[in-house]
Design a protein around this ligand. Structure first.
Ligand SMILES: Cc1cc2nc3c(=O)[nH]c(=O)nc-3n(C[C@H](O)[C@H](O)[C@H](O)COP(=O)(O)OP(=O)(O)OC[C@H]3O[C@@H](n4cnc5c(N)ncnc54)[C@H](O)[C@@H]3O)c2cc1C
Length: 500
């Protein structure tokens, strides 16, 4: 109906943004605030991409987002979220004495917030390693303290510097000879793919540092971040369309001349894509990019995906725990990324913040990495129609995750009311994520030039944004939104507003 009604309708904007995930919405916010007319096109009924939530009965579940770091004044994310008007959301600080509990070989180690407390807490477990732990913490702090240098440097969005070209794994080996300590320091890094060969040091240091600064959950779920940004965009005169899947881009004279969606066409002076670069290319005519470039982007490897077991709990049975638990069966966190498909080697157990006035949580999510190959046999199916075998596969995996979690929460099984699951196929189908990858293109410290893309494409008015470019996660995507928009506005004017 909508298609017939709006057939051939053409709308003009300064900026069209494809994808209403965090990156797209933040670009929309920045440019609407600068006075540009902005139109965000999101394919799903709900905005937010990885920040979407879903509701079952009384419980709200997060699909992706679980916590952020660095929200105290002066810290990494604070200045960015102040700019975006996101500081007033119901953020809840996690336990400063242990925002993360790393369980290795059956023993718990706590990562504390605040660099000094971090050093003191871990040094109690590794008394002969105090100097090494202090060196590690000081290095991470320095990387975090210099975060704003990125915004003022000439090549801020290029990320071709020493820390991106250095291996995080090698850095840890140089920092301490104690392999257990190395595993503990890396233990909360399920928010990235700990691949010993590829992971750039900048990524490891910046993300881990932000949590050591301070760690925060959002009461009510990550969807509020997306809703707040969309509401601000609308208030500033912008448009956010949902159920608006972009199906193609028209190119004329080396520029995007039209964005097609739902039988409509939108025209913009600039088009920003929050999609995986390969998905962006797939929207373009084959001749839009040189064949070699096109093939290279299409073939870039992606990080692993995530299997999530969402547990709805019986009311008032599980006391809220204000920290995340990272439970390893036995392998080093650095080998989890390359685990065999039939092993569940790690579980990130995370608690939903309780409703006001109660000490109990409504739900727990258990996350574990899942590679595309594990679900590839169902690649041609769609949600709700994947068949019995897929259902059994998910049940078996959920069972493994619960069994692993029981090592820390022995009462858990009896406290479960309902189980829901999501796999990389869910992310592919709902978010259009390539291979259901959790963190997008795998950045490779050995091949930075090929794996860390800049926002500018070969098409003059087509820019990229989002987690696939340089740093993923809420912090990384927020930084990238500025780098993308700076290609239109210049960085200086954005920096002035950020620093205000
Ligand atoms: C399981 C999981 C847990 C995570 N946990 C955390 C965490 O705790 N903390 C943290 O900081 N980060 C976390 N992350 C990472 C973080 O959520 C992401 O890095 C970030 O949200 C990515 O935002 P994005 O805008 O780049 O991409 P996306 O969120 O993927 O947004 C892309 C958007 O484009 C839309 N789209 C796709 N195709 C089309 C089309 N043709 N037309 C229109 N729209 C389209 C999609 O529907 C989607 O809304 C997690 C990620 C996952 C997967």
């Amino acid at each position: 109906m909508r298609n017939e009604l709006y057939q051939n309708k053409v709308s003009d904007y300064d900026i069209i943004i494809i994808g209403g995930g965090l990156g797209g919405l933040e670009c929309g916010y920045i440019l609407a605030r600068k006075g540009y007319s902005v139109c965000v096109l999101e394919k799903n009924p709900q905005i937010g991409g990885c920040l979407q939530t879903f509701r079952r009965g009384r419980t709200t579940f997060d699909t992706g987002f679980h916590y952020v770091g660095g929200l105290d004044e002066g810290q990494s994310l604070h200045r960015l979220f102040r700019y975006f008007g996101l500081l007033d959301l119901p953020w809840r600080k996690m336990d400063e004495n242990g925002f993360a509990e790393i369980i290795l070989h059956g023993k718990s180690y706590f990562l504390a917030s605040g660099h000094e407390r971090f050093v003191d807490t871990l040094s109690r477990e590794f008394p002969d390693q105090r100097r090494q732990i202090a060196t590690y913490a000081a290095f991470l702090k320095q990387v975090g303290d210099n975060i704003m240098n990125r915004f003022s440097s000439e090549s801020g969005d290029a990320f071709t510097d020493g820390l991106f070209e250095r291996s995080a794994y090698e850095f840890l080996q140089e920092t301490t000879g104690n392999s257990l300590l190395r595993d503990v320091l890396s233990g909360a890094s399920l928010t990235m793919e700990l691949n010993p060969e590829t992971l750039p040091l900048y990524m490891f240091a910046q993300i881990n540092n932000s949590f050591i600064q301070s760690a925060w959950r959002l009461e009510g779920g990550g969807g509020q971040i997306a809703e707040s940004l969309a509401e601000s965009i609308r208030k500033m005169g912008g448009v956010v369309h949902t159920n608006a899947a972009v199906t193609g881009l028209t190119v004329k004279d080396g520029k995007i001349s039209g964005v097609r969606f739902c039988g409509e066409e939108a025209r913009g002076k600039y088009v920003i894509s929050d999609l995986h670069p390969a998905s962006t290319i797939a929207l373009l005519p084959e001749t839009a990019f040189r064949k070699a470039y096109r093939n290279r982007i299409m073939q870039l490897p992606n990080t692993f995906g995530v299997f999530t077991t969402h547990l709805q709990l019986k009311e008032n049975t599980v006391p809220y725990l204000n920290r995340n638990i990272f439970l390893y069966r036995g392998q080093s966190p650095w080998y989890v990324a390359t685990q065999r498909a039939d092993d569940t080697e790690v579980a990130l157990i995370t608690f939903q913040t309780p409703k006001a006035g109660t000490a109990y949580t409504d739900n727990i999510d258990i996350l574990t990495p899942m590679r595309w190959q594990e679900v590839a046999q169902w690649a041609d199916t769609s949600a709700g129609r994947r068949g019995e075998e897929y259902r059994d596969f998910k049940l078996k995996k959920a069972e493994e995750c619960i069994a692993l979690a029981e090592k820390r929460l022995p009462e858990l099984r009896g406290q479960i009311a309902q189980i829901y699951t999501s796999t990389p196929l869910s992310y592919r189908d709902y978010n259009g994520t390539r291979e259901g990858s959790a963190y997008g293109i795998r950045k490779d410290c050995r091949h930075i030039i090929y794996t860390v893309l800049t926002p500018q494409t070969q098409i003059r008015n087509l820019l990229l944004t989002g987690q696939n470019l340089n740093l993923h996660g809420v912090l990384g995507v927020s930084m990238t939104a500025f780098f993308t928009c700076a290609r239109i506005t210049g960085m200086e004017t954005l920096l002035n507003e950020l620093n205000r």
